[in-house]
Design a protein around this ligand. Structure first.
Ligand code: NAD
Length: 494
């Protein structure tokens, strides 16, 4: 299959004439297709198309734009199974999770569509007589969207659908690890009636991404990916004075107290740590156990972890899919070596799976390390793989202090039946999201999503807050007094 860029409503190759291959990570003999390795020239063409489309799209009434986005949701419903299968084949997550990924985009489409009839502003009294003060949300303009591969339909939808409802046009640089899903989403968007040039897709790697960030006509960059790339993008946006929203890495703690519902906590840790093969920004990567239950909990967790079915996600029985690519597999191996060198105790896993059904894919055994201390790299750095570290503590206060010893602040969780402990954790955990008696993963489309510290830069996608990213405020004063009224100076009340 040959995949193309989607610019101004046309499918076209890169002007560079270069391509990259995308293969199935569960079986690299399976070529998904080749896609354009685009350059700054392709980005410039896409931005031009987006600028032209913006002139008309911004004037389409927001409720009408919302109706088009609702149709995107309807089409995603119709094509859910097809998209989920394509996603599993392209990036490996088990089918059940791929269906969830598409469902999240459907939920986002319907939520964003309805916002077309809200996009509320504020009316407030003026400090002067016979004068009214209003405020409106305005579109930002051409938005550059850059995304990671691990939620190839859901994460782009979090950005693209609200951006469109708000009247912006978009140039999207999807991940080079999930280009086919990007084209399927673009197809759906076009079929729903989004006009030419309103959404443009330019494939490629850092070169295309950086050209998008640097293009002077791009007014906003919305990025999801690693903290190292996000910081780099933010520094360019800072110099160019562009609006920039960043959703980056995580190192998410899950605390289990002695009074926790034991079975529920076990199930939660397994799902949080090894769902999506640990390749989620919200993956549970640090398990913080109270000493009173630590031994029994770890014993049972290891048993269950060893029993997880690893394999090709297209097999409905598989619970843990492949790692995305060879580079990431090597990165996980290097963290396992680092854990061993720094004195952590490897309990299960810790190695590639290479025999039989695994021979042609990137598979890694679900891994647990015990005796992990906050100084170790495996405790501090995002591994983005099926590696869980366990740290034992003696109190709730210590658990929270250990959880907060992190440069990241995305998700967090506590298992307890004690409401006082739960509320203390909600108050004190340094994270954008806290779950009580649920693992660190499981965001819902209508709630704010994002993190603090190294995870974000103060914005929240999802819910009502994403509309703050994709709009600018226009403040309006209407004076019907018929005379010059000077704010702060003419303070007489008559
Ligand atoms: P990545 O940072 O390597 O790449 C993300 C995107 O940025 C890709 O499209 C890539 O081509 C592009 N890119 C790379 N260098 C660039 C540059 N110099 N200029 C512009 N664009 C550039 O991340 P990844 O490996 O695709 O995804 C994994 C990371 O994403 C993890 O750190 C994970 O935690 C994070 N993530 C965060 C969230 C969230 O919402 N917080 C969600 C999903 C994934």
């Amino acid at each position: 299959m040959e995949g193309y860029n989607y610019i101004g409503g046309r499918w076209c190759p890169s002007r560079s004439g270069r391509w990259f291959d995308k293969r199935n990570p569960a079986d690299t003999r399976d070529l998904i297709g080749r896609f354009p390795l685009s350059s700054a020239e392709d980005i410039a063409e896409a931005v031009e198309a987006a600028q032209q489309a913006y002139a008309r799209w911004r004037l389409v009434p927001a409720p009408r734009r919302g109706e088009i986005v609702r149709r995107i949701g309807d089409l995603l419903v119709q094509r859910k199974e097809e998209l989920a299968r394509a996603m599993t084949r392209e990036m490996g997550k088990p089918l059940v999770e791929a269906r969830g990924d598409v469902q999240e985009a459907i939920d986002t489409a319907y939520y964003a569509a309805a916002e077309g009839r809200r996009l509320f502003g504020y009316n407030t009294p003026s400090e002067l007589p016979n004068k009214v003060n209003l405020s409106f949300r305005m579109p930002v303009g051409v938005c550059g969207i850059i995304t990671a591969w691990n939620f190839p339909i859901a994460v782009p939808s979090w950005k693209i659908f609200p951006a469109l409802v708000c009247g912006n046009t978009v140039v999207w640089k999807p991940s080079e690890d999930a280009p086919h899903c990007a084209n399927l989403l673009a197809e759906v968007v076009a079929e729903a009636g989004v006009p030419e040039g309103v959404l443009n897709v330019v494939h490629g790697d850092a070169e295309a991404g950086e050209a998008l960030v640097r293009h002077p006509a791009v007014r906003l960059i919305a990025f999801t990916g690693s903290t190292v790339v996000g910081r780099h993008i933010a520094s360019i946006c800072g110099q160019l004075n562009k609006k920039c929203s960043l959703e980056m890495g995580g190192k998410n703690p899950l605390i289990v107290l002695p009074d926790a519902p034991f079975e529920l906590a076990l199930e939660g840790v397994l799902w949080g740590a090894f769902g999506t093969t640990g390749q989620r920004c919200t993956a549970t990567s640090r398990l913080i156990l109270h000493r009173d239950i630590a031994e029994t909990f770890v014993e049972q967790l290891c048993q269950r972890t060893s029993a997880l079915r690893v394999g090709n996600g297209l097999d409905e029985h598989v619970q843990v899919g492949p790692i995305i690519n060879e580079r990431q597999l090597q990165r996980i191996e290097s963290y396992v070596r680092s854990g061993l060198e720094e004195g952590a105790r490897l309990l299960v896993g810790g190695h590639r799976l290479t025999d039989g059904e695994y021979a042609h894919g990137f598979f890694f055994a679900p891994t647990i390390f015990a005796d992990v201390t906050p100084r170790m790299r495996i405790f501090r750095e995002e591994i983005f793989g099926p590696v869980l570290s366990v740290t034992v503590v003696d109190s709730l206060d210590e658990a929270i202090a250990v959880a907060n010893q992190s440069d990241y602040g995305l998700s967090s969780s506590i298992y307890t039946r004690d409401i006082t402990a739960a509320f203390q954790a909600i108050r004190d955990l340094e994270a954008g999201i806290t779950y009580v008696n649920a693992p660190t993963i499981g965001a819902e489309a209508h709630m704010p999503f994002g993190g603090i510290k190294g995870t974000g830069n103060g914005h929240r996608e999802g819910g009502w807050t994403v509309f703050d990213i994709f709009t600018e405020w226009k403040t309006v004063y209407i004076d019907y007094s018929g005379r010059l009224q000077r704010a702060q100076i003419d303070t007489e009340t008559s």
